[in-house]
Design a protein around this ligand. Structure first.
Ligand code: SME
Length: 174
């Protein structure tokens, strides 16, 4: 009996939290709790050679602020809702898959090499838009149903856990 006393007791809620955390890691092995947005862009950038620029914008009021990204630096670190493909996605509350950016009249050029762009919104558990994943490709029409599903899955995981990292202050200031 003396030995048993040396073990800390776990409450039912501790056990539930631990089991939830294990299930989450199994569902999204790329997710790093200490650095969720960075871990998401790393995971996506490594997922396809066609993903030439991968970044996450965080919505702050009516401005999208660039957080972690992989790819060439961009001057578009702050984008107003309604501007460009990124801001239009928020204004319409809809993901945007642009097969050829040359055909879009509301496109903010990041790189002259970019041909197609995918923007997937991130919603927190209340359904509010909190940010977005933006991916550019040098390949025309790079984003098919498989790529959309992959990116939406990552956006869903980030959204479900948004409260865990919303306080980390990801935005870059320009
Ligand atoms: N092309 C985006 C701007 C962001 S860059 O692609 C990184 C847009 O039109 O909103």
């Amino acid at each position: 009996m003396a030995i048993l006393k040396d073990f800390p007791t776990l409450s039912a809620s501790d056990v539930m939290a631990e089991s939830r955390s294990l299930r989450r890691s199994a569902a999204a092995p790329w997710y790093r709790h200490a650095d969720p947005l960075q871990s998401a862009v790393e995971h996506l950038a490594a997922s396809s050679p066609r993903f030439n620029w991968v970044g996450i914008y965080v919505l702050n009021g009516d401005v999208l602020e660039l957080g972690p990204f992989i790819g060439a630096p961009t001057e578009h670190t702050r984008i107003a809702v309604g501007r460009g493909v990124c801001g239009t996605a928020v204004a319409r509350n809809a993901d945007m898959n642009v097969p050829d950016v040359h055909d879009s009249d509301n496109y903010l050029a990041c790189s002259l090499e970019t041909r197609s762009e995918l923007v997937v919104l991130i919603h927190d558990p209340s359904g509010a838009t909190v940010g977005q994943i933006d991916i550019d490709s040098h390949t025309r029409a790079a984003f098919g149903p498989q790529e959309e599903a992959l990116v939406r899955d990552v956006a869903r995981v980030l959204g479900e856990r948004w409260a865990d990292h919303a306080s980390q202050g990801t935005a870059l200031t320009s």
